[in-house]
Every structure is written in C-alpha cells, then in structure tokens.
Design a protein around this ligand. Structure first.
Ligand code: BGC
Length: 524
C-alpha cells in the first residue's frame, strides 16, 4: 500500500472512531439530562461586534478603542487583532444558516458604535452601518430568530476617548444617550430585547483598575500602566456608565417603548462566590464580594443607590447620585442579563489577615478570592484561569439574584467553555469537544433546577456561536460551538453544536418567522 493510501485509511478510521464516540456521548447525555424549560424560552448563541465582525474600516466605519488598542504591540498575547476577526460582517447569512440548523430562536449580538456613529455625536451617521444591522436583523427575523441586541460590548468610538477620556467623563452619558436613541429609532420596530451594556463590571475593572483593556489605565501594584488611578477611576467610570444606562432607558421609556413594545436591561458578569468556611465573617465576605463586583451596578439601577457595604468602606471615593440622577434611575430595567461562567471561594480579610491576592484591597472590599479550599479546587480548572467548572454555581447565582432583586426577569446572556487553540491539535480533536458538552449540560441542568424552583429565567445564550477573537488572548482560545479555521474562515460544527441542537429540539420552542422584510427602514 502506498503511504498516501495508508494516510487516507488512517484518516477515515479516525473519523469513524470519533463519530462512534460522538453518538455514544450524545446517547448518555440524552439519557442523563432531565431538563425542561418553557416553550417560550429563548435559546440562542451570543457574540459581540469586535470579536466577530472584522471589516474594521469598511463602508465608513470609524475606529474604536479596541481597533486602536490591539494595534499597539504587546496588547494581545498572540499579537493579533479584530481587523478581520471571523468576518461575520460579510458572512452573517452563512452564520444565520448555522443558527437555523441549531434550531435557536434567539441571537445575541452587539452593535459596533463606531460603525454607525464613527465620531459619536460629533459627526454624521454612517448609513452603511445602519443598513448592515437592518439586513442582519431582517435575515434573523425571516428565520424566526429574535435579535437580542447589546448597544455596547466594550467598544466605543476612539473619538470619544480622544476628545474627553471616554467613560471617565460625564460627557459620555450624553453620547451614549444619543447613540441609544439612534438605535431605538433605526431598529426598535423589530428589536424586542435591548441591552445597554455588556459587563460594565469587567469593563471598568479591565480598563481602569488592571489596565488590561483600553485605555490601559491603572496605578500601583494593580497593573503596569503609564497613568491612571486604580483606586478611584473604576468608580468614576462606573458612575458614568450607570447614568448612561439610565439615560438610555429614560429615552426608551419616554420615546419608544410604548409603541415598539420591547424590553430593556443590562448584562453583568455574575460570578458565584462561595464562603470558604461557615463562619459569619466568611459569609459576610462572600456577600461583600458580590456587592463590590456585581451589585455595584445592579443596586443603583434597581434600588437607586450603591450597596451599603461599598458606601461604608469606600466613603467619599464613591460618587453620589444627585436628585436628577435618582429620577432617571427610577426607570431601572426590565430584566437582568447574566453572564455566568464560574465560581470562586471567598475568605474574609477584615477580621483575618490575608496574603496579598485577588480581592483583598480596600477598593475590592477586603475579600480574598481563591479557586480552592484546603487544596481542593471548587471545580475542574480550564485553560482560562478564571473559569472553574462548578455547575451548582448557576443555580446558586440565580437563586441569589431572584431573592435580592425580587425575582425580576433574568436571561443567561452568556455561558460557555473555552479551550486551547493548540496548534498541534487535529481538526477532529477540535470538533470532539466533550468537555464543552459536559460543561453546558451541567450548567443547563442547574439552570432548569433554578427555574423549577421559581427563578424567572427566560432565556439562555451559549457563548459562542463560533470560535472568535478572545480579547487579550487573541485567537489562542476557542469558545465556539462551531470551529473556525482562522485562515480560510471555514465554519464546522463541533460535537457541542450537535448536542445543543438536540437539547433545544427536546424543548419544542416557539419560533415565529417574519414573512417578508420591509425594505422601508428609517432613512437618514
Ligand atoms: C465576555 C465575552 C468573552 C467571554 C469569554 C465574557 O466576559 O462578555 O466577550 O469573550 O466572557 O471570556
């Protein structure tokens, strides 16, 4: 036999073996999972403009903060950027076909602010950008897929950074309101789910405490930056973001919601914090950690003020809301979007002495965050050092939010598993993503338990539809249900896509298809 025939035979054998493994895996999972979610539940996949679209200067798009940041040497681990990303801008019809094949009824994506307002409110509207999102939205609706639209997922026009320092300036509130208004006016006749911000908690931590995200500001031992104030700026930026959210919601409520009939919320990164011991001090520390990480944003929006623990510890470092702010904040939100991936142990550092480590400073609330207790990890570790597989955390997180915020409607807006883009792996190894399947099965199981016990969760979006640009990690990590060959851009379903498809099929979800696209969209 010739060498090439041997190779061919081995390759076919490998495919045969992996497909046998795949079907046995699906069978066990099918038998073991006993989840049931309502038929009006939204099942979808999630994405974001910078991580997916590419086309970074096409058709009049302006530069945003990530375009500029990724082009600075040393910002991204593999020296890459999102200039092309996974070319979703050009390939969205093919990507919607993939969604259709999964059987989803929702797609979470974000709008590239600089694509529709290249210079924020200081320049013209880019009508090509508006046209792109109109086409994307219409194509989704023709397939019965609800657009779940985030206004900003970490990216802002660079113009706003250069003019007034982005989120550090209160001017950002006006710009965000202007942008939001433009989006409601242009797309709100068809978009029924709006998210103002993706993970403002991660945004301000990355941008102004550790300096790992643009505009790379930090101080002292928090990171390695040329300027910034890690102990102050995160709170200033957060305040402007909370008020920007309030401005957008105010505009939606007063000008659009009645007629358009949609709902509006915010998405936070929600990490479950488990007390390290059953001491009162550790229990209070876990509560405090939630306040300093997540309730920091949710409390002002839902209750009109920062969490008590933050006010007590931070004193005047925490900005105050004026009476006008409070009036705007009253509009709150219609739902909480939850990006939940992981859990940590929390140890108190007020009554006990802690070694330096994540969470221990005053600005983080004097708590030590660790992935293990007495040498035993909270869950299996992953290639992402912050993700530990702890499905119970999903139920605990949802129950916590249900109780704290009076069971307001919730969506899991992201949940997913990252694996290494090992250059030595074969395509079969990438496609046979058993760990991702196990992760999703476990977390969805915990989610449905929470729903059974009364949590008002209305949807789940897997992160992500496709492998994509993973921020500081570039293309070294793969989060997709579909493999993307970053050279050819070829998309191939992984085992997790097949599994998710079967999982969704079991739920017989409602899909209503728009009959035809109305070409007469709002004109500029
Ligand atoms: C972000 C995504 C990111 C994902 C995985 C989330 O915090 O919203 O943009 O890709 O985590 O790291």
């Amino acid at each position: 036999m010739e060498i090439s025939s041997i190779h061919k035979a081995l390759f076919l054998l490998q495919i045969l073996l992996s497909s046998l493994l795949v079907s046995s895996r699906l069978k066990t999972l099918k038998e073991s999972s006993d989840t049931s979610l309502p038929s009006n539940f939204l099942f979808g996949t999630a994405s974001s403009s910078y991580q997916f679209e590419g086309a970074f200067t096409s058709d009049g798009k302006g530069l945003n903060n990530w375009d500029v940041f990724t082009h600075k040497p040393g910002s991204i681990i593999d020296g890459s950027n999102g200039d092309i990303a996974i070319d979703h801008y050009h390939r969205y019809p093919e990507d919607i076909d993939l969604m259709d094949s999964l059987g989803v009824n929702g797609y979470r994506f974000s709008i590239s602010w600089a694509r529709i307002l290249p210079k924020g409110r200081f320049g013209d509207v880019n009508s090509a950008g508006i046209k792109y999102y109109n086409k994307l939205i219409d194509t989704l609706l023709l397939e019965g897929i609800q657009p779940f639209v985030t206004l900003t997922h970490f990216d802002i026009p660079q113009e706003l950074e250069d003019r007034y320092g982005g989120w550090l300036s209160s001017q950002s509130q006006e710009d965000f309101g202007y942008f939001a208004d433009m989006c409601f006016k242009s797309f709100g006749d068809r978009v029924k789910y709006w998210v103002t911000f993706n993970e403002p908690n991660m945004l301000v931590i990355g941008s102004y405490r550790t300096g790992k995200y643009p505009p790379s500001r930090c101080s002292g031992s928090f990171g390695n930056c040329t300027s910034g104030d890690s102990e102050k700026e995160p709170f200033v930026a957060a305040h402007n973001i909370i008020l920007s959210h309030a401005a957008a919601v105010d505009i939606y409520r007063t000008k659009y919601q009645k007629e358009q009939g949609g709902s509006i919320g915010i998405v936070v990164q929600a990490v479950w914090f488990e007390p390290t011991s059953n001491s009162t001090a550790d229990f209070l520390a876990a509560e405090r950690a939630q306040s300093f990480f997540m309730n920091w944003f949710l409390d002002p929006i839902i209750f009109g003020d920062y969490p008590v623990e933050m006010k007590k510890i931070l004193g005047p470092t925490l900005p105050e809301f004026s009476s006008t702010d409070l009036k705007k904040l009253k509009n709150g939100l219609d739902f909480i979007g939850i990006n939940h991936y992981t859990s940590f142990y929390i140890k108190d550092c007020v009554f006990s002495v802690c070694e330096p480590g994540p969470g221990v400073t005053m600005t983080e609330g004097f708590t030590l965050r660790t992935p293990q207790k007495d040498g035993v990890p909270i869950g299996e570790s992953t290639v992402m050092d912050w993700i530990h597989v702890y499905p119970q955390g999903m139920e605990k997180m949802l129950t916590y939010l249900k109780e704290r915020y009076n069971n307001i409607a919730m969506f899991i807006t992201e949940n997913g598993y990252g694996s290494e883009n090992n250059p030595n792996s074969t395509i079969e190894e990438f496609l046979y993503d058993v760990k991702r399947v196990d992760y999703m099965a476990g977390y969805l199981d915990a989610l449905s338990t929470a729903v059974r016990k009364g949590a008002d969760v209305r949807g789940y979006f897997a992160w992500s539809l496709l492998d994509n640009f993973e921020w500081n990690f570039g293309y070294t990590i793969r989060f997709g249900l579909h493999h993307v060959d970053f050279g050819t851009m070829k998309r191939t379903p992984k085992l997790s896509a097949t599994w998710y498809k079967q999982f969704i099929a079991k739920h017989k979800i409602v899909k209503s298809k728009m009959q035809e696209s109305n070409e007469e969209h709002f004109q500029y």
